[in-house]
Design a protein around this ligand. Structure first.
Ligand code: CAA
Length: 259
């Protein structure tokens, strides 16, 4: 990626594309400029055949302390309705390759909603999650009331959203919000190892698997299972399915073609 950005740092490690949120002066608060850059970088990685998995991360101190309060503070209802701002979260959701949120430090409000839009969250043991919007006289606006409830269940979600309760990494693991917690000292390497593992898998199957799991949130069980069945059968039209099964039978590692 040759584009240069003011609010994010972008790099590629092997088949992993890494986007690091980089507004340290505001604990990575998410403003329009940052979100536009984030979406542009994600879309570029999504279109790049050399990338199999994408990581969104922040600093050691903050993944993101929420949407930028200073940018929103004086907005009117019509300005909020007309603003493309919340649509950036939808654009992140539309990325087809696996996206991992690697969370260290504060992960609040729109930051927590950004992490939850990713396909999985891995956390440093320093991570703290919260939806503190109630303290500002508002509610989560980028999917928090819906995705947090699906992730941790009604009681914990209500607790966090109504009281502003923060939860630490171990609690987030216990409640099912994050999939793995790593020690702070090795967090960046550990998170990248998870991404590299995913990036090494068959690219078409990864995209289809992501679609199928997300379908669980958007359909009845019967419709979701039908979707899965169609998608499963479809993969038998790919060279990678033939290669994957041949490699198993021949006791060798597969070489994926992404088709
Ligand atoms: N928006 C704008 N600026 C923010 C910010 C945010 N969400 N969070 C932190 N900052 C800024 C602070 O204003 C401060 O800037 P100045 O030095 O210019 O004053 C700088 O980042 C450092 O912050 P603190 O001095 O507050 O750092 P701290 O370590 O004492 O506290 C914190 C850290 C607990 C995360 C605290 O900053 C905080 O509570 N931040 C706000 C969290 C929040 O309410 N997030 C929800 C936002 S609304 C939202 O996200 C809506 C939505 O659903 C889309």
């Amino acid at each position: 990626m040759t584009e240069s950005f003011a609010n994010i740092l972008v790099r590629q490690e092997g088949r992993v594309g890494v986007v690091q949120l980089n507004r340290p002066q505001a604990l990575n608060a998410l403003n329009s400029a940052l979100m536009a850059e984030l979406v542009a970088a994600l879309q570029a990685f999504d279109a790049d055949e050399g990338v199999g998995c994408i990581v969104i991360t922040g600093s050691e101190k903050a993944f993101a302390a929420g949407a930028d309060i200073k940018q929103m503070a004086s907005a009117s209802v019509v300005e909020m309705m007309d603003s493309p701002f919340i649509g950036y979260w939808d654009a992140v959701e539309a990325i087809r390759k696996p996206v991992i949120a690697a969370v260290s430090g504060y992960c609040f409000g729109g930051g927590c909603e950004l992490a939850m839009i990713c396909d999985l969250i891995v956390a440093s043991d320093t991570a703290v999650f919260g939806q503190p919007e109630i303290n500002l006289g508002i509610i989560p606006g980028a999917g928090g009331t819906q995705r947090l409830t699906r992730a941790v269940g009604k009681s914990v979600a209500m607790d966090m959203i109504l009281s502003g309760r923060r939860i630490n990494a171990q609690e987030a693991l216990q409640f099912g919000l994050v999939s793995r917690v790593f020690p702070a000292a090795s967090f960046q390497e550990d998170a990248l190892k998870v991404a590299a593992e995913i990036a090494s898998k068959a690219p078409v199957a990864l995209r289809v698997a992501k679609e199928a799991v997300n379908r669980a949130y958007a359909s009845s069980l019967a419709e979701g299972v039908l979707f899965e069945r169609r998608a499963f059968n479809l993969l038998f039209a790919t060279e990678d399915q033939k290669e994957g099964m041949a490699a198993f039978v021949e006791k060798r590692a597969p070489t994926w073609q992404g088709r």
